[in-house]
Design a protein around this ligand. Structure first.
Ligand code: GUN
Ligand code: FE
Length: 451
């Protein structure tokens, strides 16, 4: 039975660099929030479909797109988002990240306020799914899960694990870290009893190699295997981090993660900037995906992700805001930075190898359509939920953004101008390049209106 019907234009990511425009279709959603049909106006079924009690008719200059997916975001760091990007990564953790995250242990009001604001901000920016790092604290992180469930967001949540090279106020004992991670996963799974609570998936979350002993890494890998849950961490992010790991173990990050059983088909590795050909093969063979955090990478990574090269090599890639390493929760903004940083990379390589003005299959550039694909389907692939979300398609959940480009008088909203010769495609391109929260009229997760 149709519970909700949306009549308007759909813009879907079809493949890398390709979009699909379905003009004035009727999208029917059932009670479970799944898309049951998408009917074109000239189809014989159309009239029958459009008799539903709850109909949303999109105005002119509006369209439906799949919700954005943020594959890497630190929820406690939202407290200082927009500030504190003045030092390299390893110093930044001690100066900003660890002291802030420590506060979530015993200041419940602060934790609830910060987390609630973040969830609201993500949803209003069109992020319908996010993959979060919380803190090392078990109960505050379970409270975070409850807040996400109340808001109706789809999410992956990790209680962070770390047992070495960390300040004494923010570190766990190895055995306790392993049992707390187990308890966290168990508690989230045990409370995932219905359609709404099961929108949250627990994630095993070793912070990164400097702060996790081999014993902890192995213990966490065993838990991920036992419950068949995803794993997330940071890999080959910045030169100071890589040097640190090299001093500890004399090996590159991917080798260590693989040795300890943490590179799986369900692993999400943030950053992964400095990869050798062997590392790339290693990731591909394990089916591990990358959370590309372009904005954060400008500040900490000492390099630009070779997005196009990695995609060509068969690696799954989604986008991540990496709050507060990246200062914006907006996936739109991160899409723009994914494009711009790829252009910088391409121009650097042209200068180095003298290929200016030559069209090349080996280009490093990605387009706004590629970025849209990464923000939706790519993220869904990295999180292994591409059978559920990522496109507006029959059989998938209705996780969607209703975009309005013009007001009732036909004037462009926010940064967008409307001209008489605009097409759906030109409006969509403008939204990706110039749009913002002002254009995000409403947001749905699993068929429920969350904004
Ligand atoms: N590596 C380890 N922890 C962090 C973190 O909180 N942010 C970023 N960007 N990198 C990390
Ligand atoms: Fe991060």
């Amino acid at each position: 039975m149709t519970a909700k019907l949306f009549i308007g234009t759909v813009v879907n990511p079809l493949a890398l660099g390709e979009i699909q425009i379905l003009e004035n279709v009727a999208v029917a959603i059932n009670k479970s929030g799944n898309i049951t049909s998408i009917t074109a106006p000239n189809s014989p079924d159309y009239e029958r479909t459009v008799t539903c009690e709850s109909i949303v008719r999109l105005p002119k200059h509006a369209f439906i797109i799949p919700g954005f997916i943020d594959c890497h975001i630190h929820s406690p760091q939202y407290k200082y988002a927009g500030t504190g990007t003045d030092v390299p990564l390893m110093n930044w953790l001690n100066k900003y990240a660890f002291p802030t995250e420590r506060r979530f242990l015993d200041d419940a009001d602060f934790a609830t306020k910060t987390y609630s604001r973040l969830i609201k901000r993500c949803l209003s920016n069109g992020t319908t799914t996010a993959c979060f790092f919380a803190t090392i604290h078990l109960f505050p992180t379970l409270n975070f899960v409850s807040l996400i469930r109340e808001a109706g967001m789809r999410a992956f949540v990790g209680k962070v694990s770390m047992d070495q090279n960390s300040p004494e106020y923010y570190i766990e004992d190895t055995n306790k870290a392993i049992s707390a991670a187990d308890e966290f996963v168990k508690a989230v799974l045990e409370t995932s009893s219905d359609a709404s609570t099961s929108l949250v998936t627990p994630v095993i979350t070793p912070r990164f190699l400097p702060t996790c002993s081999p014993q902890l890494l192995k213990g966490l890998a065993a838990i991920a295997k036992k419950y068949d849950v995803p794993i997330q961490s940071h890999m080959s992010e910045a030169l100071d981090e890589i040097e640190y790991v090299h001093q500890l173990y004399g090996k590159p990050d991917p080798e260590i993660f693989a040795e300890n059983g943490l590179l799986t088909r369900k692993t999400i590795m943030a950053h992964s900037i400095h990869l050798s050909d062997d590392d790339i093969k290693n990731l591909r063979d394990h089916g591990t995906g990358i959370a590309h955090c372009p904005l954060s990478n400008y500040f900490f990574a000492d390099g630009i992700l070779r997005t196009r090269h990695l995609l060509r090599s068969g690696i799954k890639i989604g986008l991540g805001s990496d709050i507060a390493g990246g200062y914006s929760v907006s996936i739109l903004e991160n899409m723009r930075h994914a494009v711009i940083s790829s252009k910088i990379l391409a121009s650097q390589r042209k200068r180095t190898i003298g290929t200016a003005n030559k069209e090349s299959d080996e280009t490093d550039e990605i387009s706004y359509k590629d970025a849209f694909y990464l923000a939706t389907v790519g993220g869904a692939q990295v999180l292994n939920i591409d059978h559920v979300v990522g496109t507006i398609e029959v059989g998938k959940a209705f996780d969607a953004i209703i975009v309005h480009c013009a007001d009732d008088n036909g004037n462009g909203i926010g940064g967008m101008e409307i001209w008489s010769d605009d097409t759906v495609e030109s409006l969509f391109e403008k939204f990706i390049n110039l749009g913002g929260v002002e254009n995000i009229k409403s947001v749905y997760v699993a068929g429920n209106k969350v904004v």
